[in-house]
Design a protein. Structure first.
Length: 287
């Protein structure tokens, strides 16, 4: 028998009843929103949530509104039973797996858009993605009524947008960003990595290696535009098909920077083997 398996809850009244019982007992509630196909990166968020809160809800919802390609939505891995088994012993009480109508009931007409932060970077290449993400995250926050929400820094622009929307809408939830978990070769863990061929997987870690190389050069005082152009060329030479963007942005508000004079993030999106991968690292402010 497997112990510590979370219950699956699919309907909103069922979710609300469970949360209400926890509230009556004075317990705090955390939520970890995911699209499933769980890996160690997701589980690290669940463990952190369980360390901080009395109760943990993991949500699994492959949100059609945040996919801007039907092919990408169709290809997204769906592994619910395996996901539940992976959550055993990690501290999750409930896996909330709503269907489409539970999130978007007939007549649903509201969109949450976070201006500014949603433009540029991934927003420039995935029209509608962040509005879809912000809308579903707002729904998951209001449906779960959680006190705490855990997001990965791997999706750094997403983390900034969610933090902003929670503040702007006076949601009574604290958004907590958690470090990116990586494979042993440095590749950021991602549900999309399973779609890479063995050959592509073997070269995939060059993306992170190039981010680190840029960080080292910037710390040594090299000119930023040359560093970024060299790294883009190196990523393609390393086997990636194309680099969508490689940019330095301020960590606090994603402002465009022409040099790392404030705490920053170096963010990248690139295509490998028909799969779009993203990553980012922190860049300390230069002295
Ligand atoms: P996803 O299922 O890809 O939508 O991701 C769900 C959550 O897990 C998001 O907050 C992601 O930022 C986070 N996440 C995804 N990959 C990682 C990773 N490698 N390390 C830490 N968190 C991650």
């Amino acid at each position: 028998m497997i112990t510590g398996l979370p219950d699956i809850v699919r309907d909103l009244p069922g979710l609300r009843a469970r949360v209400a019982a926890w509230r009556r007992a004075g317990e705090s509630v955390a939520v970890v929103p995911t699209m499933g196909a769980l890996h160690e990166g997701h589980l690290s968020l669940v463990r952190r949530a369980a360390a901080d809160a009395d109760r943990v809800i993991v949500t699994i919802f492959v949100n059609p509104r945040q996919f801007n390609s039907q092919a990408d939505l169709d290809a997204y891995p769906r592994t619910e039973e395996a996901d539940r088994l992976k959550l055993a012993g990690q501290g999750a009480d409930i896996v909330y797996v709503p269907d489409g109508a539970t999130v978007y009931p007939p007549g649903f007409a509201t969109t949450v858009e976070v201006a500014g932060l949603s433009e540029g970077l991934c927003g420039a290449y995935r029209p509608g993605h962040f509005a879809g993400m912000a809308t579903v995250v707002t729904k998951l926050f209001t449906q779960t009524t959680a006190d705490l929400a855990y997001f990965g820094q791997k999706d750094f622009q997403q983390l900034c947008i969610v933090t902003r929307l929670a503040a702007d809408l006076d949601l009574q939830i604290k958004v907590i960003g958690c470090p990116t978990l990586r494979e042993t070769d440095g590749l950021a863990m991602s549900s999309r990595n399973t779609r890479l061929s063995a050959e592509a997987r073997a070269v995939a870690s060059s993306l992170y290696a190039e981010l680190q190389r840029v960080a080292g050069r910037l710390a040594g005082g090299a000119a930023m535009s040359a560093c970024l152009e060299d790294a883009k060329a190196a990523i393609v030479a390393g086997g990636y098909q194309a680099v969508e963007y490689l940019e330095l942005r301020a960590e606090a508000d994603l402002a465009v920077l022409d040099r790392p004079d404030v705490p920053a993030r170096l963010l990248v999106a690139a295509w490998l083997d028909g799969v779009r991968l993203i990553d980012n690292i922190a860049i300390a402010a230069a002295a």
